[in-house]
Write a protein that binds this ligand. Sequence first.
Ligand code: ADP
Ligand code: MG
Ligand code: MG
Length: 342
Amino acid sequence: VAKEPQYTNHILDEISLSNTSGAGRTQFVQRTISKQAQLIELVGKGRYGEVWKALWRGDPVAIKQFDPRDEQSWIQEVKMYETSWLRHENILGHMGSDCKSTASSTRWWIMMEFCQHGSLYEYLSHARYTPIQLLESVRGIYSGLEHLHSAIFGNNPNNSKPGIAHRDLKTHNILVKNPTQCCIGDLGLAITSNDYKEKVNKTNFQVGTRRYMAPEILDSSLNFEKFFTFKAADMFSSSYIIWEMLHVCQVDSDVTERERTLPYIDEVPGNPAVEDMLKVVVEEGKRPPLLDRWRQNPITRVLCNMIQELWCKDPSERLSALRIKKTLSEMLLHKQDSFPPV
Ligand code: ADP
Ligand code: MG
Ligand code: MG
């Protein structure tokens, strides 16, 4: 039996009357948001459902549809997107949420800004960056992450923002708005500095994508009493995003074919188990290779050094998103004098 929609939003829609007596006149009717959106093309499939490109009142939007049994995931993600002060150009724009009922089922929707280049994972399969473009894109990602991580203190809850840790940073969850502008999406596993104590415990802290997990999550040594822990784990995972992006960067005159790759592609099986990752990342202390050619260019060399300060074992030694954003902004500001033309 279909569930009675509890969250449905309505908006006035203008329709043209086509019968003879009403021709040329328009009439307003109330329609649910979801009825006005026209699904155009399936653009992604994740853990909880499907993401569609859609047209809403003539404009492109992305619609994430959750299966009926995933209502809890929908509620959790909507709640996160509705956090006050979240809006930022490097965080995926949320428009609203709704549910669509038919006779047989209910589908949960989140309507978002549509990113025409898809996920960074897909984008890296065909994209090429110059070092400056890479620098700009990476700066944007850390600007978004810094905003996500930061708490804003106001005189009432609507004027404040809790710190938010993402907990599933990877190229699949970064969306590409244009060649030098990315944004952080998929807040489905995020926790806030207000709710982490009630949400995270000994039995459920190991979430996210195993390939990208920080060593302290893999070996359960993290201190989940402190919110800093979750931000530091995000910083670790983010190092692999820069590392993956570096692979498609055209450094100087080198014209070798560039290929997208994943961390530990030769060391662990596809969809690795925690044990596989634990062996490589913690016991053997391995990290993905930093290529010689990246050390030859001043921009990619800085990025390599940053990566090393992000994927270090000790969470307290990792760079913060703010530190990275500031360094990269400074580099972009002085690019004319500090770097040879690229
Ligand atoms: P899940 O929580 O199921 O992993 P995501 O929110 O990560 O779902 O979305 C799955 C995929 O859908 C992404 O990896 C991306 O390819 C695509 N996608 C998601 N949101 C958008 C968007 N706003 N614009 C374009 N593509 C998107
Ligand atoms: Mg995802
Ligand atoms: Mg998700």
